[in-house]
Design a protein around this ligand. Structure first.
Ligand SMILES: [Cu+2]
Length: 277
């Protein structure tokens, strides 16, 4: 018996130490991914703060609940505990306190949202992200080159490290949502308008991106990858795109044609021929 206990202790100690650092940090971030941008910590702080408030309220409410159950329980067969109603101060308190909590959460959310969506105009690069049924195109506006993907071959978005990039989001068809989980930022891509946000990737690596708006039949295949690289690698990639002839800006018409699933069914449809697949 004692030996089993020792084994169990050893195994759980091992398991805890194995997942230690990373699991602890993830738990502290309350499940959010490790931010790969300079703006990420703003989101993490808001998220953690909200959780702290929620946990404090849970402890208070559950504590009061059990205190009432234990302290004011019926103690004898023939004596009913004192019955109280219409406690005006109490009713004012439980109306006022939730209002304070809601306005507090609203204040911090609005403050951080304003900071995250602020356009400083100090960006080093501008990328026009075109979300279309069912993939993505990236127009690197400062360089006059583009990248376009398909559901089968998701495109890769290259970004230089520590440089502020401004994303201009456009869609030729339906509402999509541009989401890079590790950037802790997500924004809808709406036809007929241009949504913009700025972000500064500050950790090199490969990150996943996806469409976060249920936009139709192949929504789940609207994937892309992000590579945050050094300035030299970024410029080398731009040259590669140029060498492949992917110069200019992809206009929405060409994107609609390439992304149009009808072309796969009937390539004789108007517009389908212009684009080599
Ligand atoms: Cu989509």
């Amino acid at each position: 018996m004692r030996r089993t206990g020792a084994y169990l202790a050893a195994i759980s100690a091992l398991a805890l130490s194995a997942c230690s650092q990373e699991a602890r940090e993830s738990a502290l971030r309350m499940g959010l991914p490790e931010p790969a941008t300079a703006e990420g910590p703003i989101v993490i702080n808001l998220w953690q703060g909200t959780w702290l408030v929620a946990i404090a309220i849970a402890i208070l409410v559950i504590g009061l609940l059990f205190a009432a159950i234990i302290l004011y329980r019926r103690k004898s067969e023939d004596e009913v505990p004192k019955q109280t109603r219409y406690n005006i101060p109490m009713e004012i308190l439980y109306t006022a306190v939730p209002l304070v909590i809601v306005f507090g959460l609203f204040f911090f959310t609005a403050r951080d949202q304003a900071e995250l969506t602020k356009i400083s105009g100090e960006h080093d690069h501008t990328v026009n992200v075109v979300a279309f049924k069912w993939s993505w195109a990236f127009n690197y506006l400062d360089y006059g080159v583009y990248e376009i993907g398909t559901p089968a071959e998701p495109p890769v978005l290259y970004l230089p490290i520590d440089e502020k990039v401004k994303f201009e989001l456009t869609s030729p068809d339906v509402i999509h949502s541009f989401w890079i989980p590790a950037f802790l930022t997500k924004m809808d891509v709406i036809p007929g308008r241009m949504n913009v946000f700025e972000v500064t990737p500050n950790k090199s690596g490969d990150y996943a991106g996806k469409c976060a708006e249920l936009c139709g039949v192949d929504h789940s295949r609207m994937l892309f990858n992000v590579k945050v690289v050094s300035q030299e690698e970024f410029e080398a990639h731009i040259s590669t795109l140029r060498a492949k002839g992917q110069e200019g800006k992809l206009d929405t018409g060409r994107i609609v044609t390439k992304g149009n699933t009808d072309c796969a069914v009937d390539s004789n449809l108007p517009g389908c021929k212009e684009v080599a697949s």
